[in-house]
Design a protein around this ligand. Structure first.
Ligand SMILES: N[C@@H](CCC(=O)N[C@@H](CS)C(=O)NCC(=O)O)C(=O)O
Length: 192
């Protein structure tokens, strides 16, 4: 399998970590999604113009959640429960808002501006971090399943990009401390 993506993307990292967890071979085809060449490759492989995209022989899959289902199917694992789907939706919504913030910063836009659009993103991120903190304390992320991988990739990436810190949240801080020595997170660290 070939994964079109970048080594810094939290959405790409979660798929790389999942493949490592299952011992499945997945080659990262690294692109700069904002360079002219990268955009050409994206247009050819994924019309959504986002990473990751998975290419497995003739089959191409868009979107990390669908790719995860595809990989779990290949590995013979059950799909997500409804509560796991909700955890993934929470993580994805916060991650999407943070990606919006990062692209805005790189476009020279002030994400702390007092306007409706950026106010909504800040509110969503803060509320979801609060909910996820509580979910961690309630034990929802005690196991190393796919939502756990996604939460770790979100928290570590937001910290790495200096967009939002998990350190103000006791549950999230304990969560990162628990998982940071996992080999599949060390092997996919965006700083390396
Ligand atoms: N729902 C998508 C989101 C993927 C995503 O937003 N990827 C970012 C990179 S971290 C991206 O490609 N952004 C480009 C853009 O928003 O134009 C997934 O889960 O795969």
């Amino acid at each position: 399998m070939q994964l079109l993506g970048s080594s810094t993307s939290p959405y790409v990292r979660r798929i790389r970590a999942l493949c490592l967890q299952y011992g499945l071979e997945c080659q990262l085809d690294s692109i700069d999604i904002f360079s002219p060449e990268g955009r050409e490759q994206l247009k050819e492989k994924n019309p959504v113009l986002k990473v990751p995209a998975l290419i497995d022989d003739e089959q191409t899959i868009y979107d990390s959640r669908v790719i995860a289902r595809y990989i779990m199917n290949k590995a013979g694992t059950r799909a997500f429960s409804w509560s796991q789907e909700n955890l993934l939706t929470l993580v994805d919504a916060a991650n999407d808002s943070l990606v919006t913030q990062l692209i805005s910063i790189r476009s020279g836009i002030d994400i702390n501006a007092d306007n409706m659009f950026y106010g909504i993103q800040r509110e969503r991120i803060a509320d979801i971090y609060q909910v996820l903190d509580q979910e961690v304390l309630n034990g929802a992320f005690d196991h190393s399943h796919y939502p756990t991988i996604c939460l770790y990739c979100l928290l570590d990436w937001a910290e790495f990009r200096e967009l939002k810190t998990y350190r103000d949240y006791p549950g999230l801080s304990a969560f990162v401390a628990k998982y940071q020595s996992s080999q599949f997170f060390i092997d996919t660290d965006p700083r390396n």
